[in-house]
Design a protein around this ligand. Structure first.
Ligand code: EPU
Length: 430
């Protein structure tokens, strides 16, 4: 088990650089299976979810070279049709992208049903609906998704998603890229990583238009070629540092961001009393006074992201007045509130709503990271709290945050990482 130990109560000051987007990288890497050539992918975050996906692709026969910590060259020409290792696949939710990628490449796929952070049921019915709409036949057998193309091959088709799903939108994009016909995805997700995926595939020769709107058109092409691509900065990593400054106080330049992607988060922090200044590819966050209460409802992009919900809750826990958070993407994403309450927060959770009465101070104690973003919230709380905070199961955090300890130290935090024993089993996340 990995522990983080934080001596809190100090403002954060300096500059922090944001890494490439996790949820773009974990989709783009499986999509390289479609490509008949070598891809050079830059700005790949060096996080454990990415390392796990690279291990899966390597086990399937992809040739992978790490040219630098964040640049990877990957050639899938010799990938065998073998199934990806179940043990690895079940550890990461994004392994569902192997279904679209294998279907597009080989015309069939067999992938173990993915795990994932436990936010209640996380079905993949919309992925399946999409694959069927573009000409695949899908069966669920003993915990596997088995997909194969019908007689006519992957024909393309029209799919209207019943819920706005990031994963389904990406997976259908991947599956439809090499189809014989055209695919229209209606009610598509609009997150920045959807646009990044479309840009990546287009850079390799795909014909995708409309990404970033709720109707995406994919005109199938015969093959994709290799090329270079640089992944966008991580919206949620940037938002996490912004929330950390708002909660702990200080003045930090968050650089290598796309400010437009941060609009909802910047607006909420401003509403709460932080000073947020945008530059071309950076955002400065300053907080000196007391934070004000606010309300948040999580929504698909461009709404307030569910993946920032636990982090903004820490700011609300320290704001004057009563704030509320309404979670509308997942059934349950408030397990971390009990941990914040142990640190002195006053949060009441009723089904999908958290009511947060601000307190003057949080106090360090031992808490655990329930999942990736909950873990990030514990770090923020520990930075803002007085005394020592020990975060258990911090390995969750390392699935999505590159060099968190070094980056936080760089802006003045006192934080260390302790590995308690080797070989601890890691649970699924993402
Ligand atoms: N949903 C369905 N059926 C489906 C797919 C989704 O009902 O077939 C529902 C889900 O249960 C959920 C909602 O639709 O209520 C949205 O789910 P979505 O498919 O958008 O989520 P995801 O693709 O499984 C990705 C990110 C999550 C992030 C969500 C929402 C990855 C690997 N994961 O999950 O990231 O919370 O989109 O933005 O991209 C994280 O990074 O911490 C994380 C959990």
């Amino acid at each position: 088990m990995t522990q983080y130990v934080i001596e809190g109560g100090k403002p954060l000051n300096g500059t922090v650089t944001i890494s490439g987007a996790k949820n773009a990288a974990v989709a783009i890497l499986p999509a390289t299976l479609l490509i008949n050539g070598t891809c050079r992918i830059e700005n790949v975050p060096d996080i454990s979810d990415v390392r796990l996906l690279l291990e899966i692709l390597d086990s399937m026969g992809a040739e992978i070279r790490r040219l630098s910590p964040n640049t990877i060259e990957i050639c899938s020409r010799n990938v065998r049709e073998s199934e990806a290792s179940d043990a690895l696949v079940r550890r990461i939710r994004a392994s569902y992208y192997l279904i679209g990628a294998q279907l597009g490449r080989f015309g069939h796929a067999k992938v173990a049903l993915p795990g994932g952070c436990n936010f209640g049921p996380r079905p993949i019915d919309q992925h399946i609906k999409g694959f069927e709409a573009i000409g695949a036949e899908i069966e669920l057998q003993n915990g596997y998704v088995c997909a194969r193309v019908g007689e006519a091959g992957l024909t393309g088709g029209r799919v209207n998603l019943d819920v706005v799903s990031v994963g389904a939108t990406m997976n259908i994009l991947i599956g439809a890229t090499l189809a014989n016909g055209t695919t229209i995805i209606e009610n598509a997700a609009k997150e920045p990583h959807i646009v990044d995926m479309a840009n990546f595939l287009n850079a390799m020769g795909a014909k995708i238009s409309g990404a970033g709107t709720d109707v995406i058109k994919v005109r199938g092409v015969k093959s994709l070629r290799g090329g270079s691509y640089s992944i966008i900065p991580d919206q949620i990593e940037a938002g996490t540092y912004m929330a950390a400054v708002a909660a702990a106080g200080g003045n930090v330049l968050v650089q290598n961001v796309i400010p437009k992607h941060m609009d909802t988060i910047s607006a909420k922090l401003r509403e709460m009393g932080a000073k947020v200044t945008e530059y071309d590819d950076a955002i400065r966050v300053q907080r000196t006074g007391v934070l004000r209460r606010a309300n948040v409802k999580t929504l698909p992009y461009p709404g307030f992201p569910t993946d920032m919900q636990p982090q903004i809750a820490v700011c609300m826990a320290l704001a004057s007045g009563v704030s509320t958070i309404r979670e509308s993407i997942y059934d349950t994403r408030f397990a971390y509130c009990a941990e914040l309450n142990r640190m002195g927060a006053a949060i009441k959770v009723e089904t999908k709503t958290a009511t947060i009465t601000g307190v003057d101070q949080l106090h360090g104690c031992t808490v655990h990271a329930c999942d990736l973003r909950a873990g990030a919230a514990m770090v923020i709380a520990g930075l803002a709290a007085d005394g020592t905070t020990v975060i258990e199961e911090a390995e969750y955090i390392e699935r999505g945050y590159e060099s968190l300890i070094d980056k936080l130290r760089g802006i003045g935090a006192t934080i260390k990482r302790i590995e308690l024993r080797r070989g601890a089993r890691k649970n699924a996340a993402g």
